[in-house]
Design a protein around this ligand. Structure first.
Ligand code: RB5
Length: 155
């Protein structure tokens, strides 16, 4: 898979380990920084990684910041990007099975190295289930295409 990866300064050390794992798993990795522990603004990196996914130039993205939250909020602003901050095996798995998440956001501060490795492997290996979940994901895309002031009727 072509995987775009990025972090801010808080995620810099974890990013190096994630990239090493992805390479061991024979993925094609693009690193969008941070390239040192010097402070950077997470939306700048999130925009680069998410735009690769949005444009179909990367199959998936992985973003790492202190909490995994800011990266997720920023990445979700780009068309076609479904980013989720995951905390454990189950959220990593379900984000793929039900939500077809294409950008995984991780907390560098709250997750251990072995857990992150396991989550990344699960997230990459888990297929989207489709079916009723495809209908729901399609509704997310429709919200993106035509934002409404009043919510659509529930069904
Ligand atoms: C940077 O200090 C911190 O705000 C960032 O890494 C992240 O946690 C934001 O959501």
């Amino acid at each position: 898979m072509r995987i775009a990866v990025g972090s801010d300064h808080r995620g810099f050390a974890v990013k190096a380990k994630v990239i090493a794992l992805l390479k061991r798993l024979s993925h094609d990795v693009e690193d969008f920084g941070a390239h040192s522990g010097d402070a950077v603004d997470y939306p700048d990196v999130a925009a680069q990684v998410a735009s690769r996914v949005s444009a179909g130039q990367a199959d998936r993205g992985i973003l790492i910041c202190g909490t995994g939250l800011g990266m997720c909020i920023a990445a979700n602003k780009l068309q076609g990007v479904r980013a989720a901050t995951c905390h454990d095996d189950l959220t990593a798995e379900m984000s793929r099975r039900h939500n077809d998440v294409n950008v995984l956001c991780l907390s560098a501060d709250m997750l251990g190295e072995r857990l992150i490795d396991r989550m990344v492997e699960i997230w990459l290996a888990t297929e989207f289930e489709g079916g009723r979940h495809a209908r729901r994901v399609q509704k997310i895309s429709e919200l993106e295409a035509a934002p409404r002031v009043t919510p659509p009727p529930t069904s």
